[in-house]
Design a protein around this ligand. Structure first.
Ligand code: GAL
Length: 740
């Protein structure tokens, strides 16, 4: 193992951390060693020779780039009893240790006090598990007023790993730590009003919370309060308090809503804020409109499936002139199926008609070697359901996509990890677990809706979730996918590190993808091939050559501004990799209700951050894979996913990715060339304040482009003079299209 030892050797002057504050900071003083030994949990173990660890980042980013397997972290800390004395309730100590990724165990003075995986010794199942837990204050493992040794055993496979995060501390659990201001309900829209219910809940204990809930709506542009109200509120464990409010519908701007509960007896307070959603996408018109891309590619002699995406009052009647031989159109569903045997570009004219009129669109069917000519638009189970995905959840998502989204071009229903059985059948074939009783039946169901079906595997022996991977069964698995009717494969590196060389070369990075490419090529079915290896070896430089239709460029996204913006705004380096049939994948969308398991929450992105997310991903020509519970799509989330002019930027046939054309500390401009000679431009406010941004037209590429269209609102913008001036909300965007 080649370790950058020199970088890691640091001399620690303090033997343990002291603190008199209520929170004991734990972000410094950690030591690290790759390997595994039970002796390393012991407080007596001498770790003097260990390396210093920076827990603000995964171990890959501190010189352990290609290391997978076990590693241990240790830190010494004094826990003063004064923090207990000062606490209002003295029940338990809370530890924040960032993430233990992929899974971990925490020992306090040699005693196991926490593990973030569920069963047995299968430590990998804790995938990105939080390192946040409580220990009863009377637990004898705690050495009050003395040195304590915290030892963490962590397992990493594929991508970011180790003990890392923003928050490392120890504190007494406070009265308000048990309180949650639950804002996970949806906003309901009436013509002129919007309303929502929130709940105050207590997670445990016998305390009766009695006090006031202060509700405040602020205009973030001027910082003025536009509405406020105080209500009595009381709640306890098992008896929540619900507050419902109705506001005038606040158009074209997100207002800040603040909820503050003050407990009368203790004087303690808890606050939560959220942004009120606002809808920019115009209502769908009753007249017919054909949406979606201008091109679609399939290979000769393979099954063809395309549903003409069209909106308008139903019933709609579909027509397609110029279809190549072998294809037929169902004129009531708009689904085209069949097989074309000859290669070629087939110009087709689609017409969709209803009682109010008709709409026509020129379209090209390209039968050739390339598929996935525009980025995939679909849904993937991971960010919503994690390993709890099942047949019913997939059907619910497919129904929602068919009802609400396919008219705008959305088509893939992708099952991520968690569908595989624990062992192969006697022929060595991969089989499903009990959550998926009939994969072929499910795929037929999805296809009948005019949608396509995706699946997930790993080139390693195990997937990241610990399920069976395709290692040494690639041909067999590709054949099984073909038999089931699968249209998309996400292929996740994960445990491949266990079978690849310790320090993979570029060829080693390519190899598992070449192997599966060859296996997929033996199947008479077009299966979009999506690489998931987190950008290793700068995959954007060779993903296309190895036959990938898309490739992840980063580690896993989370539903936070930090995660989404860090990923999104760092994609300039990957731009040249994008072209028709081959796209960079900065990971799936984190809008709507997400949760990576059975407990869903509203995305932690504000409405403006969500506009940024969709705008930036569309500019980047990224696959747009919805990662939310599709059974609970609220109006705002639907508005984000059904703006045909925004989607057209993502689906533009030129297939270019936007470049970062301007950047300073508070805003950035990203510009994407489009097929028709126009340009799409995102002006992103990266600061947390409203900003009036003035772009010098000559310097930012407006030259010669006289028409400016606000893409979200689908309206032309009047602009004259040498500057383009626009007001952009905090972490928000103005997405425009400039043309001649
Ligand atoms: C991760 C991958 C996620 C998800 C997960 C499944 O490595 O990046 O997107 O697929 O594995 O276990």
């Amino acid at each position: 193992m080649k370790l950058k030892l020199c970088l890691l050797i640091a001399v620690l002057t303090a033997s343990f951390l002291r603190s008199s504050a209520q929170e004991i900071n734990l972000s410094q003083g950690w030591k690290f060693k790759i390997g595994d030994s039970t002796a390393w949990s012991s407080p007596q173990y001498n770790d003097n020779g260990w390396q210093a660890a920076d827990v603000s980042k995964p171990w890959e980013e501190q010189g352990y780039a290609k290391t997978d397997g076990f590693g241990w972290y240790r830190v010494r800390v004094e826990i003063p009893s004064s923090i207990k004395e000062k606490a209002f309730i003295k029940d338990s100590l809370h530890f924040n240790l960032g993430y233990l990724d992929d899974g971990g165990e925490v020992y306090l003075n040699g005693k196991l006090v926490y593990k973030n995986y569920k069963t047995g010794s299968d430590i990998q199942h804790g995938i990105y598990g939080p390192g946040s837990f409580s220990v009863a204050a009377n637990n004898p493992a705690i050495n009050w007023d003395k040195e304590n040794v915290l030892a963490v055993r962590v397992f990493d496979t594929g991508g970011a790993g180790g003990v890392y995060g923003d928050k490392f501390d120890i504190k007494m659990v406070d009265l308000m730590d048990n309180v949650n201001i639950n804002t996970d309900g949806s906003f309901y829209y009436e013509e002129k009003t919007m309303s929502k219910s929130i709940r105050l809940t207590a997670s445990g204990g016998s305390y009766n919370y009695v006090g006031k809930l202060y509700f405040k709506v602020t205009d973030p542009e001027t910082d003025t309060i536009i509405y406020q109200k105080t209500n009595d509120a009381h709640f306890a464990a098992h008896s929540p308090f619900t507050y419902t409010f109705t506001l005038a519908r606040l158009e074209k701007k997100s207002y800040k809503i603040t909820y503050t509960f003050t407990d009368e007896h203790s004087g303690k307070q808890i606050t939560k804020t959220e942004g009120a959603p606002y809808i920019l996408t115009p209502y769908v018109k009753a007249k017919p409109r054909i949406n979606g891309p201008d091109v679609f590619g399939e290979r000769p002699a393979n099954p063809f499936l395309y549903k003409i995406p069209a909106t308008g009052q139903k019933p709609l009647t579909y027509k397609a002139d110029g279809l190549p031989a072998g294809l037929t159109l169902n004129t009531t569903t708009g689904i085209i199926t069949g097989i074309v045997s000859d290669k070629g570009d087939y110009p087709v004219t689609f017409t969709v008609t209803n009682s109010l009129g008709s709409n026509t669109k020129k379209f090209t069917i390209k039968i050739g070697d390339l598929i996935g000519l525009t980025p995939a638009l679909g849904w993937n189970s991971w960010n919503a359901w994690g390993l709890t995905v099942n047949d019913q959840k997939v059907r619910t998502s497919a129904n929602a996509m068919a009802d609400k989204l396919s008219a705008h071009g959305w088509s893939y229903i992708n099952i991520d990890d968690g569908w595989e059985a624990a062992s192969r059948n006697t022929n060595g074939e991969i089989v499903t677990n009990s959550k998926f009783p009939d994969m072929k039946g499910l795929t037929d169901y999805v296809h009948n809706l005019g949608l396509r079906m995706g699946i997930y595997s790993s080139p390693g022996p195990k997937t990241c979730g610990g399920y069976l991977g395709s290692w040494q069964h690639e041909d067999q698995d590709a054949k099984t996918y073909g038999d089931w009717g699968i249209d998309y494969l996400k292929y996740d590196w994960c445990s491949y590190s266990q079978v690849s060389p310790q320090n993979p070369t570029l060829e080693d990075f390519k190899k598992p993808y070449q192997v599966m490419r060859a296996s997929l090529d033996k199947v008479h079915r077009d299966i979009l091939f999506s690489f998931c290896q987190y950008g290793m070896g700068d995959v954007w430089n060779w993903g296309a050559e190895v036959g990938g239709n898309s490739w992840r460029t980063t580690g896993d996204i989370e539903d936070t501004w930090k995660s989404m913006s860090t990923i999104g705004f760092s994609q300039d380096k990957t731009a040249d990799g994008a072209k028709p049939g081959h796209f960079n994948d900065p990971d799936m969308l984190v809008i709507g209700k997400v949760g990576w398991g059975d407990h869903q929450h509203n995305t932690r992105l504000t409405p403006d951050e969500q506009y940024t997310h969709i705008s930036l991903w569309s500019l980047l020509s990224a696959p747009l894979l919805i990662g939310c519970d599709m059974g609970h799509l609220d109006s705002f989330t639907l508005n984000l996913l059904t703006n045909d002019e925004v989607l057209a930027i993502d689906q533009d046939a030129l297939g270019r990715a936007a470049r970062q054309t301007f950047k300073n500390d508070t805003y950035q401009v990203w510009t994407k060339d489009l097929e028709d000679g126009s340009k799409a431009m995102g002006i992103f406010n990266t600061s947390d304040k409203y900003q009036t941004i003035k772009l010098n037209k000559a310097e930012t590429g407006f030259n010669g482009y006289t028409k400016v269209r606000d893409v979200w609102q689908q309206k032309y913008v009047i602009t004259s003079g040498p500057e383009f001036v626009t007001k952009v909300p905090p972490h928000g965007v103005i997405l425009i299209k400039v043309s001649k």
